[in-house]
Design a protein around this ligand. Structure first.
Ligand SMILES: *Cc1c(COP(=O)(O)O)cnc(C)c1O
Length: 382
């Protein structure tokens, strides 16, 4: 008989990683990281301009198959700037999912706009096109080529789906619906670098895509991020806005907008370049981890979350679906007590004090997943 045994799982993970203490996701440096960092220090170009910044942007274009990539200091500011360039203004609304990392919602609030939470699909854990269509049909109208929330009178200025754990949401459908409703799409692809949907890269479907190279992501620059787009004009605006909006001149300091210092230092870009060279190897190694889990959970009464149809996955973070909230809490408590870092999926955004009053739909699937999903250690094995 199959038995749900947390001890078994804990022992399996310890054995797989050859350690009694296993973190959720650790960086791995098996390429040119040291070499590029040393080169950068020796060149003295450690700060906001340098050859690795340009190289990183080129590499991001090539990986995501987009026309323009802009290096920025983290994934959160990438979101903020992308939304601003999509046209989000104070008092507007932005449709996103409640099942996400807090940065997604915060980036909307930084622009003094309001997040509106629409439910996710159970299999992708990302924004549901069906729920989106229902929400818009019920609550929105188009006026002067803009989408208006009929209940609040506010403009729905953008849609911000997120690719949870590197799984792809039904992004083609979402873009199609948003086009009909005159809503620009920004993809939060922070977790999905290297993932594809029907052969097309995460972040390349909408008007813009944003990425994070934080320490817990599939590859890291220590801290960092990027905005990608196929719209060259918007790409150039993103570069301008994130580099203090300075008008190029040999010595004059003139700025034509309220810009930001969201630049990625060359030192971090050096690390990013070395890591991007390793992206395919990283994916392969993490795929092996996932397949080992798959094999193990066949024999144990725990459901591994399966790769949704259409997703060519980057294997960022493996998760399981427990049978109830009680089971989830027990698993988290016991595994963490034994040195295995497991984590629940995020607390839904509208449970946080700053997002309590936000408009939302039923959230049936998000609430189901919130109670049951647990992430397991998923670092690449050397
Ligand atoms: C990591 C992450 C971010 C933010 O990236 P930072 O680089 O940490 O600012 C945004 N959205 C999602 C979904 C993330 O996982």
């Amino acid at each position: 008989m199959k038995k749900c045994n947390i001890d078994n799982t804990v022992n399996f993970i310890k054995k797989m990683y050859g350690s009694n203490e296993v973190y959720l996701h650790e960086p791995r440096f098996f390429g040119n990281e040291k070499k590029y960092l040393l080169e950068t220090i020796e060149s003295t170009f450690v700060s906001s301009v340098g050859p690795f910044v340009d190289e990183f942007e080129k590499k991001m274009c090539s990986i995501t198959e987009t026309k323009k990539a802009v290096a920025v200091s983290n994934g959160t500011c990438a979101l903020q700037v992308a939304l601003q360039l999509a046209g989000v203004k104070m008092g507007d609304e932005v449709i996103t999912q409640a099942l996400t990392f807090v940065a997604t919602a915060n980036s909307i609030s930084y622009l003094k706009a309001f997040p509106v939470f629409v439910d996710v699909d159970l299999d992708t854990m990302g924004l549901s096109p069906d729920a989106l269509e229902q929400f818009l049909t019920k609550n929105a109208k188009i006026l002067n080529n803009k989408c208006i929330n009929k209940n609040t009178g506010n403009i729905i200025a953008a849609c911000l789906p997120m690719h949870t754990f590197g799984f792809m949401c039904r992004i083609d459908k979402i873009v199609e619906i948003c086009n009909e409703w005159k809503i620009p799409v920004v993809e939060d692809a922070a977790e999905a670098l290297g993932s594809k949907y029907n052969g097309k890269s995460a972040g390349s479907f909408g008007l813009m895509g944003t990425y994070s190279l934080n320490g817990n992501k599939i590859v890291t620059s220590g801290g960092g991020g990027a905005i990608t787009t196929n719209n060259k004009k918007i790409g150039n605006q993103a570069k301008h806005l994130t580099t203090t909006a300075k008008i190029p001149h040999q010595w004059e300091y003139t700025h034509d907008k309220l810009g930001y210092n969201f630049r990625l230092p060359n030192l971090n870009a050096a690390l990013a370049c070395a890591q991007l060279e390793q992206l395919e190897k990283m994916k392969k190694s993490k795929q092996e981890v996932y397949e080992k889990y798959e094999e193990f959970f066949k024999e144990n009464d725990i459901d591994l979350v399966k790769i949704p149809n259409g997703t060519n996955w980057n294997y960022w973070l493996t998760s399981i679906m427990l049978k109830s909230e009680k089971d989830r809490n027990k698993f988290l408590k016991e595994s963490n007590k034994c040195g295995i870092m497991s984590r629940p999926i995020w607390t839904l955004m509208y449970r946080l004090p700053m997002y309590k009053k936000c408009v939302r739909d039923s959230q049936k699937n998000a609430e189901f997943l919130e109670k049951r999903i647990v992430n397991l250690p998923s670092s690449a094995i050397l």
